[in-house]
Structures are given as C-alpha cells and as structure tokens.
Design a protein around this ligand. Sequence first.
Ligand code: SF4
Length: 223
Amino acid sequence: MSPRSYLHEARRRVAPKRERIRPIIERLAAAHPDATIALRSQSDIELLVAVMLSAQTTDVNVNRVTEKLFAKYQRPEDYLAVPPEELERDIFATGFYRQKAKSLRGTMQMLLEQFDGQVPRDLDQLVRLPGVARKTANVVAAELGTPQGIVVDTHVRRLSQRLRLTRQDDPVKIERDLMRLVPREDWGRFPHLLIWHGRRVCIARMPRCEDCVLTDLCPSSRV
Ligand code: SF4
C-alpha cells in the first residue's frame, strides 16, 4: 500500500487534535528520550554550517564530512581564507558542493560584515544569510534555544498528516497549522520527536503500528 493510501485509510475515530497533542508529545518523548539533532557540532558556526550542508543529503554523510572540515575551519574568516575551489573540495561529498560552497562563503562574509562574526538568533536575520532558507533557519534557531517556528521535513510532514494534525500538503501551511497546535515550549523538540518516530516506527512505506505508542491517538492506525 502506498504512503498516500494510509492517509486515505485514516478513518478511526479519535479525539480532536487539540486534546491529542499533549499526550502525543508526552508519549513520543518517553519513547524517544534520545530524540535530538543528529548533526554534530560544537559551536554556533559549526551548527549553521552542518545544517546548511545537510540539504539533499543524510546527516550521517554530513557528520563524516564535518569531522575533517571543522578541524580545518573554525571561524567565519577561515571559510574565506581559502580559494573557493578548496572549500568545494572539502565539502564535495555532501553533494551540490558548488552551490553549498558559494552559500557558505556568502554567509560567512555577511556574518563578519553585519553580525560581528556571530550567528544571529532571530529567524528574520537568519533567512537573510545567503543560502539559508526558512527550514535551515528554523533548525538553527531551535538548536540555539530560540525556536521561532516548527521545522517541517519529510518525516514531520508525513507524521503530521497521518496523525491528522494537519490536512495540508505544503510545508509552509503544515508549519502554520502546527504552530497553532503545538505548545510554544515544545516547538524545538516536537520535530525531533516526529523525525525519530518516523525513522524508527512510523516508517514511510510500512508504518509499524503494532509497535507504536500512539495507536489510540492516531486516526491512521492499522491496529
Ligand atoms: S499508529 Fe503510529 S505507526 Fe501507525 S500510522 Fe499512526 S503514528 Fe504511524
């Protein structure tokens, strides 16, 4: 059965989403106490770089690349001190390396010129950085302890739909629905909970409903 079929299969009667959201968060937090960002970083700059490099590739791949990268590049100046081709080579394995290198250099330049070399916390400022889209900005702001939105990736989108927390398909509209529903103090951890649950249990092609802690809260449950 295709992933979409599961959406159309959704017919079990459950409580309204406003009543379900807190138990959903609590149960997922208990089931996935290790649900945090999988990208490794040890500073704000490293976090920003890792998230920028993670577009169109896996977190495992980014961690492999950044292990060497962060030993060589620590400050924004370091990314500008080498020829563009050298930076491209150093991030090659993350894919789209030309565009990513250009974005990294542009971002580091702007950080130095406009933000004192620091990563801003404000979403409006983060999205002004070259190559930093709303999703990247959301991830960075949340990890820096100041979530201003809810990250919607492929797992968050699929699970929000299966759990009927949204009827939307467009990530921007899904985020808007989630921001109205999820308590503000949970905006940072909520996407991680859905992402880990999506990787381990509510898998795209074959959700493992029999092992899921949300069966009585999920209209798409198969058990
Ligand atoms: S019961 Fe759990 S695994 Fe099954 S569709 Fe719902 S959230 Fe996904």
